[in-house]
Design a binder for this molecule. Structure first.
Ligand code: RUB
Length: 310
């Protein structure tokens, strides 16, 4: 499929979830580099950069996307020949995809250690990384149950309950606004992440921060499961994570909205949970307190303060 076709699928959320978006973008760049019949290095790089730009425009919040694009393009940008550049894109994309799949498996193993018999887990949205922890704990025969939210307006909660049901995990399905009502019964909150800032704030599906606030009030621990490529290097210099505002028709039918001349519909897709409300971040390199986010950015993403002065 063309880069534009894949970009449309990401934009429309046919392909969604920060990890999947990143792997799909890496694959799209690899396939594009194979399809291009550029005659020289500069033309190849120009065409690859414009494909990368198309992918980057799709969803602004998931930092896994620019991180994946940079990882795939880095070697090609420094290549001396066209063959070297193409080769580098292909190898980097392949290794990004397999590392990403491995990272989720590793997160599952580490995350499962934090789930114990008798737990009642609340999860929000549909996170491959968060669900991997839950499913691994179930595979280890731990006895627990899960509460899953609906996730208005796109209802990703349906995908979550289907996955949990297929795994044979006892699950309660609740509307988003019931999170505080049930929090007294919850012993652990596990969510995924679209971006993690240098301060350890977790950017995830809208509603996560409300759940975190309720969890904090009830002294219920909250864990975020996040591969290292979801950490946002540019937040080192104070750059904010852009919160995607999606089409308002996802929330209220366009015709109904048109009848309400004093009403503006808003549809932010993500929110920011401050580090104070996050107990642990599970990465493929281990579980860290949110305060250690800088270490992940520096050690595993290879970025440092000086990188921004060039
Ligand atoms: C998905 C979402 C997920 C994170 C992590 O939002 O917020 O919690 O992307 O998912 P959307 P994963 O449905 O708008 O893409 O662990 O699968 O990367």
């Amino acid at each position: 499929m063309s880069v534009t076709g894949i970009a449309e699928k990401i934009q429309s959320m046919e392909i969604r979830g920060a990890g999947r978006i990143a792997r799909t973008a890496a694959l799209a760049l690899k396939e594009h580099s194979n399809d291009l019949d550029s005659k020289d290095l500069n033309t190849f790089l120009r065409e690859m950069e414009s494909a990368a730009d198309i992918l980057l425009q799709t969803r602004p919040t998931a930092v896994s996307l620019p991180n994946a694009v940079n990882i795939v393009m880095k070697g090609a940008r420094n290549a001396q020949t066209l063959d070297e550049a193409r080769d580098s894109v292909i190898k980097s994309a392949d290794s990004f995809i397999s590392n990403s799949e491995l990272a989720v498996k590793r997160i599952a193993e580490i995350g499962a250690r934090h789930i114990k018999d008798g737990d009642v887990i609340l999860t929000h949205c549909n996170s491959e990384a968060a669900l991997a922890c839950i499913i691994e704990a179930h595979r280890q025969k731990k006895k627990f149950e899960v509460f899953a939210t609906e996730v208005r307006p796109r209802n990703q909660g349906y995908i979550t309950i289907k996955t949990l049901n297929d795994a044979g995990i006892k699950t309660s399905f609740i509307v988003d606004s019931a999170a505080r009502y049930f929090m007294k019964d919850i012993s652990l909150v596990i969510v995924g992440s679209d971006a993690i800032t240098v301060n350890g704030a977790v950017v995830n599906k809208i509603g996560t921060s409300q759940i975190a606030l309720c969890a904090h009030e009830a002294r219920t621990p909250l864990i975020a499961a996040a591969e290292t490529y979801k950490f946002a290097p540019k937040t080192i210099t104070g750059e904010l994570i852009q919160i995607e505002e999606r089409d308002t028709s996802e929330v209220l039918d366009r015709e109904k909205a048109a009848e309400l001349s004093f009403v503006t519909v808003r549809n932010p897709a993500f929110d920011v949970t401050p580090a104070d409300y996050v107990d642990l971040i599970i990465t493929e390199h281990g579980a860290i307190p949110p305060e250690m986010a800088y270490v992940i950015i520096k050690e595993y993403l290879g970025w440092d303060i000086g990188d921004f002065d060039r």
